[in-house]
Write a protein that binds this ligand. Structure first.
Ligand code: SIN
Length: 368
């Protein structure tokens, strides 16, 4: 009777962990001391559970350079929310948008050093790591539409490119889309001659440099966070970006003309510090992989909608004239820019370019 009373009390406090054998009372202990011991032990279970719950969460610092109301911004926030939900709060993703923590170049260094765990840099920003093949995405007119692009990013070529980051201490998790770029300046950009002599801000990509030089413009590499000020103070004349970036950075307020050239692509690789990622418990990594798949869908579904909405807002602002190139203007621009494919084959690697041509069915137009 005594033993069963003690055991029942013990079980009730063990939070579901059942003990089938009665607990014998040691001979050298008084009954009241034994009761005190059992009560103490009974208290340890809930305490340990509380301690497990109070374990500090795994923190992922996710730095990026764009506004929150862009495809990347929305996808990063979605990932943060789902990561917390799917891991039951064991992971906390802290998102730092708008270059709050780091600018373009610094964020790559911070990732490699482990000062942040996750980024989603534009594909144009990977070559400085020594993975020049990523600049293939910058080749003008290489993709005609998002479907062609997805054949690459969802297929073996895209996955092989992500794999090349491993030797740099980086694991590629996903590609996020942001759509096709337009050109802007303070003068109308209709014919190729209109670009001549303009100082055009670009990302740190040699292919983008070659692209601007093919138009007889002068490329100037600048961090994304510095672009608005540079356009405003006139240290550069123009730039290129998808409309959602242009609008959310208010670049249209300091650019009188936008031309809907859609000459090149801008997308992201979501990357994580490899040592951090490999060191995560398996179940946490699986939950984060699921959260990332959902966030990827958010980015990819937002890109086209956000760009359309941004163009409408730019138009409505009345600050910028939007030019839709005619078929002849677009053909002229395309002919001028396709020269960059051959010119940059040595840098990117002809094999990578051919792989993409094959995946998309790209065919260079015959010269007239
Ligand atoms: C970004 O979309 O992350 C920035 C693009 C740029 O630097 O132009």
């Amino acid at each position: 009777m005594w033993e069963s009373t003690i055991c029942t009390a013990f079980k009730a406090h063990e939070n579901g962990v059942t003990r089938t054998a009665p607990i014998p009372m040691p001979l050298n202990v008084t009954r009241s001391a034994f009761v005190r011991l059992l009560l103490l032990a009974a208290g340890i279970g809930p305490l340990m559970a509380a301690q497990a719950q109070a374990q500090p969460p795994i923190v992922i610092k996710f730095s990026h350079v764009v506004a929150t109301d862009t495809p990347k911004g929305k996808a990063a926030d979605h990932f943060a929310r789902r990561a917390a939900e799917l891991t039951g709060g064991k992971v906390r993703v802290e998102v730092f948008p708008n270059s709050q923590l780091y600018r373009d170049k610094e964020e790559m260094e911070a990732l490699q050093l482990g000062a942040v765990q996750m980024l989603a840099p534009s594909l144009s920003k990977f070559a400085p790591l020594g993975v020049k093949e990523f600049e293939v995405f910058d080749l003008p007119f290489i993709f005609d539409n998002p479907q062609e692009l997805q054949k690459v990013t969802n297929g073996p070529v895209g996955q092989a490119l992500l794999g090349k980051l491993e030797t740099r201490g980086i694991t590629g998790l996903a590609y996020w889309n942001n759509g096709f770029k337009v050109m802007s300046a303070n003068r109308p950009l209709k014919t190729v001659a209109d670009y001549q002599g303009l100082r055009m801000r670009i990302q740190s990509s040699k292919v983008l440099g070659a692209q601007m030089r093919a138009l007889k413009a002068t490329p100037q590499v600048l961090a994304f966070s510095e672009t608005y000020a540079a356009l405003q103070n006139g240290s550069v004349d123009g730039t290129e970006n998808p409309p959602s970036n242009l609008y959310t950075q208010r670049m249209h307020e300091v650019q009188k003309h936008v031309s809907l050239t859609y000459h090149g692509y801008l997308g992201y690789a979501v990357v994580v510090n490899k040592r951090f990622w490999d060191g995560l418990p398996k179940d946490i990594r699986a939950a984060l992989t699921q959260a990332m798949a959902e966030a990827t869908q958010v980015a990819n579904e937002s890109a086209s909608k956000d760009n359309q909405a941004a163009l409408a807002a730019i138009r409505a602002s009345g600050k910028t004239q939007i030019h839709q190139p005619s078929a002849a203007e677009r053909a002229q621009l395309k002919a001028a820019l396709l020269t960059v494919h051959k010119e940059m084959a040595g840098r990117i690697g002809d094999e990578t370019i051919q792989d993409i041509y094959q995946a998309t069915g790209f065919q260079a137009p015959r010269p007239h």
